[in-house]
Write a protein that binds this ligand. Structure first.
Ligand code: SAM
Length: 309
């Protein structure tokens, strides 16, 4: 039976298995691979390091700030901050420099951040922690918790427990802030095929790209107050008019993501017109041309809220 003649369910199962088998590989270049109860499938290797750091620079340009919660004065005076799922530590390293009186801890299931061991400032440290497990911190411990882009790591039914656990470890009056993406705006035909392919695999692991839409509700349920959701479009389409600096950075980010081995393998298996790596490269370029034509963008939000005093 060819992949085209399989039922949708068979294809979904098979995509999921292929992605999961990649995650299960004990690859020494992937410092995620030894962890249990981790749903995130991208290897945290050298190319992921480059991708996350470049993505950070693009996000700074578009958001024009590292956070939105009203906590600048406290950060200046000196508080305790957690960055959950910190990746390379790019956010925390910028924050450390900006706020030398505050103390920053970055946690992740992967030790991809350890590359900074030699250069990190004294107000910064990193440790391993899995946000899907009970967090190893006492109650009322942090003044500010930040978490960015864990949409592909947290199953839909784990979002509420994650938000609840942040409520537990925040001090009364402390703030939490999430930055997440939710929906593609003006999705193009080839772009949709690529996205649907990955979404169906992710859904088998309980992960839904739309789950962060509910973050306001999860925060309300957990008891947060002063909740605010700030939307921001991340542009992927270049236009003939105006400055395309930011969309060029997001297009580079798109290529870095979709050129990852695991994603390319799935696309080559399930998109019938893609038979060679060259076909895949052309397909990606076609998607980017469509993004320009359709003016495609990704909707993102910063959600922040306060633990009651
Ligand atoms: C897309 S990256 C975002 C990294 C960083 N927050 C940033 O914005 O640059 C997702 C990160 O989540 C981490 N991660 C995946 N599953 C996790 C889990 N269960 N607990 C903590 N971190 C996790 C990955 O290792 C990866 O570093």
């Amino acid at each position: 039976m060819t992949s085209q003649s399989k039922s949708f369910n068979d294809v979904d199962n098979s995509i999921s298995q292929q992605l999961n088998s990649n995650a299960d590989k004990k690859d020494p270049s992937d410092n995620n691979s030894q962890q249990k109860n981790v749903k995130y499938l991208l290897k945290n290797d050298e190319s992921e390091f480059v991708r996350l750091n470049s993505q950070h620079e693009a996000l700074k340009l578009v958001w024009k700030s590292l956070y939105k919660a009203p906590i600048h004065d406290e950060l200046e005076k000196g508080i305790k901050v957690l960055d959950s799922g910190c990746g390379t530590g790019c956010w925390i390293l910028d924050m450390c420099k900006q706020y030398p009186n505050s103390i920053f801890l970055g946690t992740d299931v992967s030790t991809i951040y350890s590359v900074h061991d030699e250069i990190k400032p004294s107000n910064c440290s990193f440790d391993v922690a899995n946000v899907l497990e009970p967090l190893p911190f006492p109650d009322n411990h942090f003044d500010f918790i930040h978490q960015r882009l864990l949409v592909a790591a947290i199953p839909q039914d784990s979002w509420q427990p994650v938000v609840n656990s942040f409520m537990r470890i925040l001090k009364p009056g402390g703030w939490v802030e999430f930055m997440e993406t939710t929906d593609v705006i003006n999705l193009s035909p080839k772009g949709a095929r690529l996205r649907n392919l990955l979404s169906s695999g992710a859904a088998k692991r309980g992960i839904r790209s739309s789950a962060p839409r509910e973050l306001e509700l999860y925060m309300l349920n957990a008891g947060f107050v002063n909740i605010k959701a700030i939307p921001m479009l991340l542009p992927f389409g270049k236009s003939d008019m105006g400055d395309n600096t930011i969309s060029s950075l997001f297009q580079d980010d798109f290529l870095r993501l979709y050129r990852r081995e695991a994603i390319q393998a799935v696309a080559m298996k399930y998109l019938p017109e893609i038979e060679t790596p060259e076909d895949y490269e052309k397909f990606l370029k076609d998607v980017l041309a469509e993004y320009d034509e359709y003016n495609t963008s990704l909707l993102s939000f910063r959600f922040y809220g306060q633990k009651p005093q």
